[in-house]
Design a protein around this ligand. Structure first.
Ligand code: MAN
Length: 617
């Protein structure tokens, strides 16, 4: 076996002392260079001068420890050289924390200050590696203290969040209960508003429909009804004039007869006429008012008056129809009155005592004959005029139109159940009013509709928060779920809405890409790693997704976002949720801190994971 210069020195030393020295400065002792002081007893030679590999696999002469030749399978015989690929070099790092370096880094010409701040790893090369432990140790202690301060503040904040979570949950639960009850009320309001809206809309539709039908009926019949009405008016004036003439004749008998004759026929005529006058006193007054006017002139004048009145109504079929109905009724009355008066006068003519020379009676009797003659002349005249005006055809058209009009008017009348107050207004006002009511009913309906949507959303959100969300141990995420935090990284601004969704917003054109919605806490992460999945699909790639890693801090802040692989993002977020909780048992907190110190591990690959366990709370 080739024995190096070093091994020879070791051998000499071993021979001198009979065992490997166990001083704390073992690196100055080449035989135990690179040995962890805790393991020093294992580097003593046994009675046979043998070293037992730490894995117990074999024994070798003590002189072969650190002889720069790898004997043990576990590399334990070469703690101070680079001979064993799996060996470990211990550096004492006085003034800082000890470190363990992979053997291959020993004497490689590089000062591995990240692990061995004392430069002891380069003990056999020209690399000058002065001891920097004081400086590095100071920096490290400062870092540890700062970390401790952050963890204390963050832990306190986390404890507060947890302490408040109970009452916050109760408050929100109460809010949810109230909102659910209110939702039922709004739903009922919406149903009522919808019913009212639909009823009014139907009515509006029906009216529009019948207005259309009315218009076409009017287009078809109005001109004939207007003419028919004029014909009736002319005939009515003739009848009125005739009636007035008879009234004046009978009045003259009543007022001017000689009562001394005591003629029963006269008395009977006067009695019946007086009954009429008592019932309709204005009829006689009206007749008197026209007494001095010539019949023809009067008819002409009244016709003109009629024309003026009619002009106002002629545009509307329903008004014209009403006027026709009134005229027909008046004509029937006039005919009845004329028949009555003629009968009275005929009875008088046939029954009066001719021996009495009562001038008033005689005038009435001869007046009757003149009346009859005039009456048949004017009847002929009226008939002639009516023939000229095609009266019977007009009447036929009117009779055809009338039932259709009545049906339409019945259909378009406002439904009293829906709108009682509009009843007395005229139909045009009714229509304006109905249009306004429809508009108002629609506005009311849509207002309630959007209120309902808004309130439903609020209920859904609260329900999902309180009943469907994992909010971490002790509801620690309750108060922040949905809270958004942004970070501008130059090209993009990222927005993380906690346990909800993450968005990438282009700073150039504001285009937004979803990086995912919250899916789960990563297993084993103590609720400090959040997975957001199913974001916008990448061009020719996967759906975007992001992992948000929380690190301890008092305040919440989005610290960094990077795209590790195309469309796979990672964010770091400072927040109390990764802090050790303030009121945890003190030893435990200390242990946690110890665990966090990045030094006692190989090559400085320290585990920065927080050792706190929220679940213990
Ligand atoms: C956008 C951004 C990038 C992403 C590409 C993929 O530009 O979302 O982060 O890498 O799309 O095409």
């Amino acid at each position: 076996m080739y024995i190096t210069r070093l091994s020879q020195v070791s051998l000499v030393l071993a021979a001198n002392f009979g065992l490997v020295l166990g001083d704390s400065n073992q690196n100055s002792n080449p035989a135990v260079r690179g040995v962890d002081p805790q393991l020093l007893p294992k580097y003593k030679a046994n009675a046979a001068g043998q070293f037992t590999c730490l894995d117990g696999s074999q024994q070798i002469p003590i002189a072969r420890v650190n002889d720069d030749y790898c004997d043990c399978a576990d590399g334990s015989d070469e703690p101070g050289t680079s001979a064993c690929a799996n060996g470990t070099f211990y550096c004492a790092n006085k003034g800082h924390l000890p470190g363990r370096l992979s053997a291959w880094r020993v004497n490689d010409g590089i000062c591995d200050y990240d692990v061995c701040c004392d430069g002891s790893d380069e003990w056999d090369t020209d690399a000058a590696c002065p001891d920097k432990c004081e400086e590095i140790g100071k920096l490290h202690r400062h870092k540890v203290a700062e970390q401790q301060r952050i963890e204390e503040a963050g832990g306190k904040r986390l404890a507060e969040l947890i302490a408040n979570a109970g009452s916050l949950r109760r408050t929100k639960q109460k809010e949810l209960d109230e909102k659910r009850a209110r939702l039922a009320e709004v739903e009922a309001e919406l149903a009522a508003a919808e019913k009212r809206k639909e009823a009014l809309e139907k009515q509006q539709h029906d009216i529009a429909e019948s207005t259309g039908k009315l218009q076409s009926l009017s287009d078809q019949y109005l001109p004939s009804v207007v003419s028919y009405r004029k014909q009736l008016a002319a005939e009515l004036h003739v009848l009125r004039a005739q009636r007035d003439r008879l009234i004046l004749m009978l009045r003259s008998v009543r007022v001017d007869h000689n009562p001394e004759f005591n003629d029963p026929a006269v008395a009977s005529a006067i009695k019946e006429y007086s009954e009429f006058v008592d019932a309709y006193p204005y009829m006689e007054q009206a007749a008197l008012a026209f007494a001095d006017e010539d019949d023809a002139a009067r008819t002409e004048r009244l016709l003109q008056m009629d024309q003026d009145n009619m002009a106002e109504d002629d545009g509307a079929l329903d008004k014209c129809n009403q006027a026709v109905e009134i005229a027909e009724a008046e004509m029937a009355t006039a005919h009845d009155d004329i028949d009555l008066f003629v009968r009275l006068l005929e009875n008088l003519r046939d029954g009066y005592n001719k021996n009495y020379h009562d001038l008033a009676v005689k005038a009435a009797v001869s007046g009757l004959s003149a009346f009859e003659a005039d009456r048949s002349a004017s009847a002929e005249k009226v008939q002639k005029e009516q023939e000229e005006a095609d009266f019977y055809s007009l009447k036929q058209q009117y009779d055809e139109m009338k039932p259709q009009l009545e049906q339409l008017l019945a259909e378009s009348s406002i439904d009293e159940n829906v709108e009682a107050e509009a009843k007395e207004e005229d139909s045009n006002d009714q229509k304006v009013d109905l249009d306004q009511q429809v508009t108002e009913a629609r506005t009311a309906y849509w207002d309630i509709h959007s209120t309902l949507n808004r309130e439903r959303n609020e209920v859904d959100q609260l329900k999902s928060l309180l009943e469907e969300s994992d909010l971490g141990p002790n509801d620690m995420y309750l108060s922040v779920k949905g809270e958004c935090h942004k970070l501008d990284t130059g090209e993009y601004t990222y927005e993380v809405c906690l346990l909800d969704r993450v968005t990438q917003i282009s700073n150039k054109d504001n285009a937004r890409q979803s990086l995912g919605t919250f899916e789960s806490f990563a297993e084993g992460s103590n609720h400090t790693k959040h997975n957001y999945l199913h974001g916008t699909k990448c061009w020719n790639g996967p759906e975007r997704s992001i992992v948000v890693q929380v690190i301890c801090n008092e305040h919440i802040q989005l610290l960094s976002v990077s795209e590790l692989e195309k469309c796979e993002y990672q964010a770091t977020m400072a927040a109390p949720f990764a802090c050790p909780i303030a009121d945890a048992a003190p030893e435990m907190v200390e242990n946690t801190l110890e665990d966090n110190i990045p030094d006692a591990s190989i090559d400085g690959n320290s585990q920065h994971g927080n050792g706190h366990v929220h679940d213990e709370l």
